[in-house]
Design a binder for this molecule. Structure first.
Ligand code: PLP
Length: 453
């Protein structure tokens, strides 16, 4: 089908998440290989986002296609409800138990991150109910958290605009202050961790520990712009939660499987949650699959009583599980976790000079998750306004340079490339962003090519 026809049919029939009403443009990809993508016009792009934070092993790998095809021929589908099981989901659950922090022994499979967070919230409440604590229903989350857009995780998500017009949301969800040290004004002059701990303890006191099931949190906040908490934040938060019998749910949908140079952010912080939600990098996007990992204690508790009340037709889909196993093998064999650390450090070094630009407030990097927080004013650190045209900075960068980056939560420029990216491609991505940011004015507009801001 030609590009014009595809464009016309897309506008007429396809619903796009987050598409602003005044945008008629589409970038229609038809092919991918490693870090390259090609659109329907044959233009080549460099993928510096891995789509939505994934594509760990790169696009278009024949090994994975072969594994998926072979699995489809052998057993394309059967359920994992009741006592049914199949070899691939068993092998994957065992592999995840081996890779994940000590004690996360059970895996419940989903089709993605939002489903995983809904399952995690339900699991936490059900765990307490099974232990006779059915009043423990409150879920603690944080402002600017992203836990997907289904109703459970979507309520925990801390962006009001993503909930407007669809209320009422899930009851009993409270949002705390995010540990975002760059935003000094959030902490009333105190140390960010001290402030967050005082607030957490006050919230537990206000709601009553006996009414709180869990805290759900991204260990590093991806959509908020790779927000890295102070080193003492997770050890102190997890100690307070443990003291009050509140479960910790790590949403590692972005951070797991090499994105930050480790299997899990839990390894990076040395904190083991009770429940860990994963997706994205589990298959590098070759199949829609997520895994919710449960501690032995939580897993064994929720498999008692009237039966675990979470389950979907595609839980543990054999093709998804086969693809995940092959993907994890590639991550291991090609040593992509250490590659993420190495290339992430290269990115950090090459991108550091951009911090001098008037619109760059802070550069943050962990492994292959890199963000530039854009500001209108370096002193006040107020966010750079969005372009008034409906076309954002990422659109300008993509159209001008062919490099795909993302603007996340309105004013963070994010790189989350495939872990197989080369240094030359990293330079290409950084240069593309630099040429546009040099021309970006504090009001968010961009001067035309060949001129300065
Ligand atoms: N949790 C986090 C931390 C995410 O970043 C995302 C998606 O970006 C989700 C959950 C939702 O995952 P999905 O889009 O697969 O439902």
């Amino acid at each position: 089908m030609n590009t014009q026809k595809l464009l016309e049919l897309d506008r007429r029939h396809v619903v796009h998440p987050h598409l602003p009403l005044d945008t008629q443009n589409r970038t229609i990809f038809v092919r991918g290989k490693s870090c390259s993508l090609w659109d329907a016009n044959g233009r080549e792009y460099l993928d510096a986002t891995g789509g939505l934070w994934l594509a760990q092993i790169g696009h278009g790998r024949d090994e994975i296609a072969d594994v998926a095809a072979a699995q489809m021929r052998r057993l394309e589908y059967f359920t994992t409800f009741w006592d049914f099981s199949h070899d691939r989901s068993i092998e994957l659950a065992a592999k995840l138990a081996e890779l994940s922090p000590e004690g996360l022994d059970y895996a419940y499979f989903t089709s993605g991150g939002s489903e995983g967070n809904d399952a995690a919230i339900k699991t936490a409440r059900y765990y307490h109910a099974q232990r006779g604590d059915s009043s423990r229903t409150w879920i603690l989350s944080r402002s600017t958290a992203y836990h997907g857009l289904a109703y459970g995780g979507g309520t925990a998500t801390g962006f009001d605009d993503m909930k407007a017009g669809v209320g009422p949301m899930l009851p009993h969800v409270a949002h705390l202050t995010p540990p975002h040290p760059f935003r000094t004004w959030l902490f009333e002059g105190q140390d960010p961790t001290d402030y967050c701990i005082t607030e957490l303890e006050a919230t537990i006191e206000r709601l009553g520990a006996e009414n709180i099931a869990a805290m759900i949190a991204e260990p590093i906040m991806g959509v908020a712009g790779m927000v890295i908490p102070p080193e003492d934040y997770w050890p102190r938060v997890s100690a307070v939660l443990r003291q009050h019998g509140i479960l910790l749910i790590f949403d590692e949908v972005v951070t797991a499987f090499g994105r930050i140079g480790h299997w899990f952010a839990a390894d990076h912080f040395g904190v083991t949650p009770d429940i860990m939600v994963t997706a994205k990098g589990l298959t590098s996007g070759y199949a829609p699959l997520g895994a919710v990992l449960l501690s032995r204690e939580v897993g064994e508790t929720v498999m008692t009583g009237h039966g675990y009340p979470v389950g979907y037709t595609y839980s543990g889909h054999p093709v998804g599980c086969a693809v995940a196993l092959a993907n994890l093998e590639i991550l291991e064999q090609e040593e992509l976790l250490s590659a993420a650390q190495r290339l992430g450090a290269y990115f950090a070094e090459r991108i550091a000079p951009l911090a001098e630009l008037p619109v760059v407030g802070e550069v943050r990097q962990v492994g292959m998750g890199i963000a530039l927080e854009l500001v209108a004013d370096k002193q006040t650190r107020q966010p750079l306004p969005e372009l008034p045209t409906g076309r954002g900075l990422a659109d300008v960068i993509r159209d001008e340079t062919g490099v795909v980056v993302r603007v996340s939560s309105s004013h963070n420029l994010v790189f989350s490339p495939p872990l197989v990216m080369t240094e030359g491609e990293a330079d290409q991505a950084i240069n593309a962003v630099a040429t546009v940011l040099r021309r970006t004015r504090p009001d968010g507009t961009v001067a035309s090519e060949g001129t300065q801001a």
